[in-house]
Design a protein around this ligand. Structure first.
Ligand code: C2E
Ligand code: MG
Ligand code: MG
Length: 707
């Protein structure tokens, strides 16, 4: 057990003296003032007795056999617990050298022989008290140091009058061990400050000292091993008696962990977890800052709002994991592109700072500041459209994307961030409605379009319910026989107050909003029941084609919808679905499967608007396609445009070599029809024969043919 922890009834005194009579007298005096006493007669035994009994007070003779008093004193001081014991040296020598030697050896005091017994009693008691106080002080100092070490806290003190600066061991450790010469100066506090922050920190501390005010500042310091540490340094003025400033007390705390947590929170609050881009909050913040700066400088800003085209399909067909992967890749490309534009020669003149953010889902925004010309925003937009296309490899799937971008310009399109964002969003929808994969600037007229868009979206479910849709049938003519061999069913909307709405005005909206499923279901059901009705009246409409939106195709619900219509007893070989090339490109695997199912049902598959997409021959061989429909843009006016004929010729050759039927749509004149016939097209469709007509009119055409 540590003798320090012994609770003694009486303090213990050790008398070390070779003179027996003196020891007896000393012992008597010390006992009288309350000590219990042990005695030894030489220095060596004194040291041993200390080890064994840990006295509180030692009365030590100087000249003794075996080991003299100085040596014994030194030895005791070096023992554990030897720091605190009070040692009084009884010296017969009164010269200053002996006294110095006593203190050098570590004695707390001296008393000369012959001894004054009364004085000895008082000294012993006084020293015992001082010793206790000293020990308590030391204990609390140790405790404080330990606590500071644990709290990573250190303190310092600056005398404002003399400039004297002291700091605790913990502070020194925190600052990475200052002052090579061991003398601490105020400068040592600043020496390790990170170069980036040195001037701010120096200014702030100097200003506080000059104004005699408190300060609290956190900054980075660089440790000798090159690592950085965040510290919080706080100083407070302590006033002296005459009310002038005397001392500044300071505390230094290691706040690295706190900073890391703070940074984490900042990241969570301001950055998008998936892509690491700025989030909406940070973007709006920066937008406000840049608007304020642009206001001062009179410069322009551009806000680009982009939304990936048909991203929902990728998510729906490949799953969210792949969707996320794509978003990450797209965000990398965006950052690279925007950074690239910063340094690219033409654009370095265009804008200096830019922020790329993800607002959520597949929506991204880009802020271009210090814009010289609005047209420069278009340069960036075109670059994004080009760079973003991909293809991207997503864990074995190859995916391509396009995007639609809306642009609003400060100050022309709005004076605050919210309005600029709203207008860029509006322009983005405009870009979507104009075929996607492009960009549009905001114009005031767009607002009208947006309102219309929303009202159409709102009205679609009601249109299905109230039977406002109608299918029109456009005959398909066999080129050789000149007879109607089928029809393409095209949807029309008899809107209660908009009149007849063509599909181009609402199909894209239905697709974007997910309402397309209802529309497609309605089309399929109507065609099946119409076929049934014609059949039961003895009419043969031939092959009926419907246009299928890729949305439903990817969801595979088309099969359920078909199953629901089996009641109409449709001969599935008389049903054709028209899909567009870009649907095939979206997600090759999922769609291929649906097409395979349709094929298994005996349903024919036609590739619509062929030649306008990013045609790749591999699609034609890897999907079960029965019919190629040459896009009407090649057919219309082909007589005057020989280049079109080259394309048409190639399509026909390709289709036929793969065993497909080739149909030309948009045949408007007799000349065009003749040309198609000569070139070997199998079927034609177009205004030359008939536009799409209501079911009854189509039935009449069939009847006329019969006669
Ligand atoms: P599409 O499938 O390529 O349909 C052919 C379009 O060309 C039809 O326009 C048709 O009226 C038009 N057309 C036919 N012959 C000629 C001609 O000689 N000259 C000219 N200039 N045009 C001709 P419509 O009915 O306005 O349909 C436009 C598009 O809307 C269709 O293109 C199709 O992609 C889509 N669509 C139509 N009905 C449906 C539907 O029921 N469901 C889905 N998902 N999409 C549909
Ligand atoms: Mg079609
Ligand atoms: Mg077409």
């Amino acid at each position: 057990m540590n003798p320090d922890q012994l609770i003694r009834e009486k303090p213990l005194a050790l008398i070390v003296d070779d003179d027996l009579s003196l020891r007896i007298a000393m012992s008597a005096v010390l006992k009288k003032v309350g000590f219990s006493v042990i005695e030894v007669d030489n220095g060596k035994d004194g040291v041993d007795a200390f080890k064994k009994s840990r006295p509180d007070f030692i009365l030590l003779d100087v000249i003794m056999p075996v080991l003299d008093g100085y040596k014994a004193c030194k030895a005791i001081r070096s023992l554990p617990g030897g720091d605190y014991v009070q040692i009084l040296m009884a010296t017969g020598l009164d010269d200053s050298r002996s006294i110095d030697s006593a203190f050098e050896a570590g004695a707390n005091g001296y008393i000369t022989k012959p001894l004054n017994w009364t004085v000895l009693g008082h000294r012993a008691r006084y020293m015992l008290k001082a010793g206790r106080a000293f020990r308590e002080l030391n204990k609390s100092k140790t405790r404080l140091a330990k606590t500071q070490e644990l709290a990573k806290l250190g303190n310092w003190e600056l005398n404002l009058n003399t400039g004297e600066f002291i700091c605790s061991k913990e502070a020194t450790v925190l600052l990475g061990g200052l002052s090579k010469d061991g003398i601490l100066r105020l400068g040592d506090l600043l020496a390790p400050v990170h170069p980036d922050e040195l001037s701010t920190v120096t200014k702030e501390i100097e200003a506080a000292l000059a104004a005699q005010e408190s300060f609290s500042i956190d900054y980075r310091i660089v440790l000798p091993d090159g690592s950085t540490r965040y510290i919080l340094n706080q100083g407070e003025i302590l006033y002296s008696d005459d009310n002038g400033a005397g001392v500044m007390l300071g505390a230094i705390q290691d706040v690295t962990q706190l900073k890391a947590a703070e940074e984490e929170i900042r990241l969570l609050a301001y950055y998008d977890g998936l892509t690491g881009l700025a989030n909406r909050m940070l973007f709006l913040d920066r937008l406000d800052q840049e608007i304020a700066a642009a206001k001062r400088s009179g410069q322009k800003l551009a806000l680009l709002y982009m939304d990936l085209d048909q991203f929902k399909r990728i998510n729906d067909t490949l799953g969210h994991h792949h969707g996320d992967l794509l978003l990450k890749k797209v965000s990398d490309v965006l950052q690279r592109t925007i950074r690239g534009t910063d340094t690219a020669s033409i654009l370095s003149r265009v804008q200096s700072a830019s922020v790329v953010a993800r607002l959520g889902g597949d929506e991204f925004t880009i802020l271009l500041s210090e814009l010289k010309e609005p047209e420069h925003a278009a340069v960036v937009a075109r670059r994004i459209l080009k760079e973003i296309a991909g293809p991207y490899m997503l864990e074995g799937y190859e995916v391509s994307v396009t995007t639609s971008i809306g642009i609003s310009i400060y100050p022309g399109d709005g004076l605050d961030g919210t309005l600029l964002l709203k207008h860029a969003d509006t322009a983005m929808y405009h870009a979507k409605n104009h075929g996607r994969n492009n960009y549009k600037f905001y114009t005031k007229a767009l607002n009208v379009e947006v309102v219309e868009r929303f009202s159409i979206e709102r009205d679609i479910p009601k249109a299905i319910e109230d039977d406002e849709f109608a299918l029109y049938y456009q005959p398909k003519i066999n080129v050789k026989s000149g007879e109607i061999v089928g029809a393409e069913a095209l949807i029309r909307w008899h809107h209660p107050y908009r009149g007849l709405v063509p599909p181009d005005r609402f199909i894209a909206i239905a697709e974007e909003s997910g309402l397309i499923k209802g529309v497609n279901d309605w089309v399929l059901k109507t065609v099946c029941s119409q076929w049934h009705q014609w059949k039961s009246t003895g009419l043969d409409p031939g092959v009926l084609a419907i246009n299928l939106s890729g949305y439903q195709l990817a969801k595979q619900n088309v099969l359920e919808a078909i199953a629901q219509n089996e009641i109409y007893d449709l001969d599935f070989s008389k049903l054709e679905v028209e899909i567009t090339e870009n649907i095939l490109m979206q997600d090759t695997k999922g769609n291929a499967q649906v097409l395979q199912y349709l094929h298994d049902y005996g349903i024919r598959i036609a590739l619509d608007d062929f030649g306008t997409g990013y045609s790749s021959l591999s699609y034609l061989t890897s999907f079960k396609v029965d019919t190629l429909k040459i896009d009407r843009s090649f057919v219309m006016g082909c007589v005057e445009t020989p280049k079109n004929l080259v394309v048409i010729n190639a399509i026909i050759a390709m289709g036929h070599s793969l065993g497909m039927k080739v149909v030309a749509e948009g045949v408007e004149t007799g000349e065009e029809f003749e040309l198609m016939k000569q070139m070997g097209v199998d079927e034609v469709q177009g205004f030359f024969f008939s536009p799409a007509v209501p079911a009854d009119d189509f039935a009449r055409l069939l009847l006329e043919q019969k006669d």
